[in-house]
Design a protein around this ligand. Sequence first.
Ligand SMILES: *[C@@H]1O[C@H](CO)[C@@H](O)[C@H](O)[C@H]1NC(C)=O
Ligand SMILES: *[C@@H]1O[C@H](CO)[C@@H](O)[C@H](O)[C@H]1NC(C)=O
Length: 245
Amino acid sequence: MEKLVLILLATVIASCTSNTSIFGGRCSKQDPNVDACLLRSFNSLIEYMKGGAPELGIEESEPIVIDELSIALGGGPDGYRATFKDIHATGASNMTITNVRSDLETHQFQLTLFGPHISARARYRSSGVLLLVRASGGGDYWGEYEGVKAKVYFRGVPYERKGRTYLKLQQLKLDFNVKDIQMGVENLHNGNPVLQAALNLFINTNAQELLKEMKPELKRDLAEKMSRFLDRILEQIPYDDWIVD
Ligand SMILES: *[C@@H]1O[C@H](CO)[C@@H](O)[C@H](O)[C@H]1NC(C)=O
Ligand SMILES: *[C@@H]1O[C@H](CO)[C@@H](O)[C@H](O)[C@H]1NC(C)=O
């Protein structure tokens, strides 16, 4: 009797966390609106992953931590350079997918994502001259990013494992833009209020420009993180569990 209850319980638990419920149902290749179905599936996957999914080896998605990023503006020995360390970004888990385009023959997917608000905190060090002010030093950086739109493209190849079809990630690219950026520096090490004011004026009037400078490194880092994440999911959830003929 006890055994039966245990088995029943195990079955209930197993079916609650089944791959299908993670994806909110399968999508059919024959469905002319398969992209709309994939949109729902991917969003339910994101919802499921929000607080982390230990059974899939997925850690909690907040915050995103980036070890280091640097920018250089202007050349020469006095060109402004800044390095940002221990970047902690929060709000990415609130992103939702707003559009999906797929080519299921070639296993290509393009997702459009939107996040209302992302916050970042970091430590920074800088050197060089900015607005005629010698900007050597360090302190804390904060950034508030409103209206983050991202596009993620990925392509996989199917393979067989234990009688199931899985997808192996072949390529992933991403790009993003931010509608409105507010950022600044504070707690400067040398406590120079003139420098702090100059830096804040500069970075706020050049926020989009600075983001553009950071983008190549940021894109590389985020693409790597996202590839690892997607790799793990694709390795554990058979492709034929989310797409059927
Ligand atoms: C997904 O399906 C695979 C293969 O059937 C299985 O090994 C894995 O445990 C399933 N994952 C979840 C979370 O149910
Ligand atoms: C996600 O959005 C909700 C509602 O706007 C907000 O309360 C929450 O703080 C956000 N989460 C993060 C990690 O930013």
